[in-house]
Design a protein around this ligand. Structure first.
Ligand SMILES: [Mg+2]
Length: 280
């Protein structure tokens, strides 16, 4: 009898443990920690040699292409040669902000982001300063086109660029989002600023970690982005230099269909649903 009671109580205990673990799982599913999911991406970006090698690879290709373009420059073309670079995750390494988001569980927010920007502490990504100094020594004009905000973030951005030794870091060459363009439908589309540079310059190369750092890739669906890359494959490594960013970007917004007000639970669901597993 004693034995039976103890078997029954063990069974009851394990049943209650099972139901506890099921409910714990359910609460995780309904309240997912999306920031936690970025752990591996941030670790890869911050610690892997592969990430650093890819930045060197991109900037080395940029240097080779720049040499070729300078050599071929037609004498009757009066336009100066320029290169256009994005800033975040292209020249400046903001992974400490992403790591902060993972460890605190706090999502990106414009006030915490501006707080990070205003520290002006971002380090240069590998190869960036070598490339920029080389371009500068060849008399090439450098334009930094970024979606940082001019009013709140320009002084710290320029200070940060000067601190890491980036040449031509001044208001004329650092083109951010203007106050009057804030809130406009296409405020983040960089075409207007690219065209502004192209009026006076021949843009030899574009550098970015996001396809939208190049013209023709804005507001595309996941499938359209992939098709566009395939269609324009010959431009990569020739005119367009892409760097890896697994931490954030328009690739993620495209997954959500650019919907702004999704809950974390909805985003988590879309993330899972977008995986392409094999069927055993
Ligand atoms: Mg960027």
């Amino acid at each position: 009898m004693k034995k039976l009671i103890s078997i029954l109580s063990i069974t009851a205990m394990s049943l209650s443990l099972m139901s506890f673990s099921v409910s714990a799982q359910q609460s995780t599913n309904s309240n997912p920690n999306l920031q936690e999911q970025n752990t591996m991406s941030v670790l890869w970006f911050q610690t892997s040699g592969e990430a650093k090698a890819l930045f060197h690879q991109g900037y080395n290709i940029g240097k080779m292409r720049l040499d070729e373009i300078i050599k071929k420059k037609p004498k009757n073309n009066s336009k100066k040669i320029a290169v256009v670079l994005d800033l975040d995750e292209t020249v400046l390494d903001n992974s400490p902000y992403q790591a902060w988001s993972v460890v605190t569980g706090k999502a990106y927010g414009s006030s915490s982001w501006t707080e990070w920007v205003n520290k002006a502490e971002a380090k240069a990504l590998p190869g960036a300063i070598d490339f920029l100094s080389y371009a500068n020594s060849k008399g090439v004009d450098i334009y930094y086109i970024s979606n940082r905000k001019e009013k709140e973030e320009e002084p710290a951005t320029i200070k940060n660029l000067q601190r890491i030794g980036a040449p031509q870091a001044d208001p004329e060459h650092v083109l951010l989002i203007k106050e009057e363009d804030k809130g406009k439908k296409d405020e983040k589309v960089k075409d207007k600023r690219r065209q502004q540079v192209a009026r006076t310059h021949r843009i030899a190369l574009f550098f970015g970690d996001n396809l939208t750092d190049f013209s023709g890739f804005d507001n595309l669906s996941v499938a359209e982005r992939n098709q566009a890359v395939n269609k324009r494959k010959d431009e990569f490594g020739k005119k367009l230099i892409v760097f890896p960013n697994p931490m954030y970007g328009n690739w993620e917004d495209a997954l959500y269909g650019y919907k702004k007000n999704l809950t974390d639970a909805q985003k988590a669901k879309i993330r899972k649903r977008s995986l392409q597993p094999f069927s055993p």
